[in-house]
Design a protein around this ligand. Sequence first.
Ligand SMILES: *[C@@H]1O[C@H](CO)[C@@H](O)[C@H](O)[C@H]1NC(C)=O
Ligand SMILES: *[C@@H]1O[C@H](CO)[C@@H](O)[C@H](O)[C@H]1NC(C)=O
Ligand SMILES: *[C@@H]1O[C@H](CO)[C@@H](O)[C@H](O)[C@H]1NC(C)=O
Length: 450
Amino acid sequence: MKNNSEFREKYAYPILGIATIAILLFLNFSNQLTFEFPTVFWQKNMGFVGVNSTNFIIIYSHNQIDQRVFVNGWNSYWLMEASVWDPSRSKVSRMLKKGAQMGLNVCRTWAFSDGPGPNSLQISPGVFNERVLKGLDYVIVEARKNGVRLILSLVNNLNAFGGKAQYVKWAQEAGVVNISSSADSFFADSTIKDYYKAYIKAIVTRKNSLSGVRYSEEPAIFAWELINEPRCDFDSCSSILQAWITEMVAYTKSLDQKHLVTIGLEGFYGPKPVEKSKINPGEWATSLGTDFIQNSAIDGIDFASVHAYPDSWMPHANVTAKLDFLSHWLDSHISDSENILKKPVLFTEVGYPIYVKGENGHYGDNLMRTVYDKIFESAKKGQAGAGSLIWQLLVEGMEEFGDRFSVVAWNHPSTYKLIVEQSCRLKSIMWKRKSAGELNGEDTCSGLVP
Ligand SMILES: *[C@@H]1O[C@H](CO)[C@@H](O)[C@H](O)[C@H]1NC(C)=O
Ligand SMILES: *[C@@H]1O[C@H](CO)[C@@H](O)[C@H](O)[C@H]1NC(C)=O
Ligand SMILES: *[C@@H]1O[C@H](CO)[C@@H](O)[C@H](O)[C@H]1NC(C)=O
């Protein structure tokens, strides 16, 4: 540095200028006590997902381009929890990036965690952990960055992460329901329903601390899912469950008119008609208080959701019987969605034990291929089978979130190939209709699809 005046000219004035802007910005926002500098200024342009008859479409509000879209997706239920603390945030980014590279366009994940606990989102009814909400903010921003849309599930039927049992416990502790009341009070009791509605409201109307975008205005959200795998303890609660879905979908839509809503069903048929109930994996599945058709037909439910776990549902059946069941399960739900419901259907969880070998090669690959083929056949005809999501993908170092259905896909070359091929052949039908610059996997697929 030669002399003082040159320093002033070259460096000091710009520094002063930046400082002034910073001070002005600070003054501008200092009236908001909780103001934090948004870390995301630029976000990928994305349309909202809508429904046209039995297809999903992407709606671009500005230039009105409608693009029919099919889903090759995955589950990683752990994204929010892993985003709460810094060290594991990079795993979330990596998962979403790798998913996008595999051409996957939708990820389903938990937007709930109820009960006492350091990483719990809802500590007690209506009391939220801001740090965990910021974790969810992070998941959404990273999804959008990678062109992935999220299905966010709002409560668990199962006890993991609190679930409906935690809501019932809260009501018992508050003296609202008595100690002998069953988990079905979750669907029946008005105080518990109010707890749950308050939860929906807190999530759906939240403003993302990183992007400043309200969740209800966020195109990277594909849909809200009311409850993961609803089941009743008593068959007698089927009409209560039907009423609960009706009430909750209407409530969600009153807060958010832009997003799709689904239930989160496993897809079991009720006891009537008998022909349908025979498609279930067993007699037990008809008495869980759910009915795929009746439940999914409710107004405001934009698309049907179905799970497929031949191995959990038919543990004693042989491989041929499991694959046979799966094939009918898919045909039946796609056909009902096309002809009766007239809504798209997503197979939102398809899982198989990773390390089981079948009679002809890898059992899991055969199972996944069965699902992917059915979806592709339906999609080619423009029918209701709109996509499937494998349960579940991990990245290295996240094994603690694994179960016997979890896989680091790129460590299983045959599985990886199968997933990418499905992404690419679904994309090839979308591309035929219209090229929209936001499809994942354009690089991955070039050369793979004729
Ligand atoms: C919407 O559905 C109608 C009827 O099936 C069809 O004619 C039209 O092309 C669809 N629009 C889009 C954008 O897919
Ligand atoms: C307690 O709850 C159960 C199940 O909801 C109900 O059948 C029973 O009548 C209730 N008992 C009292 C004393 O309120
Ligand atoms: C598999 O199970 C089905 C139905 O129980 C039976 O009909 C079939 O013979 C079995 N196949 C083999 C190879 O064991």
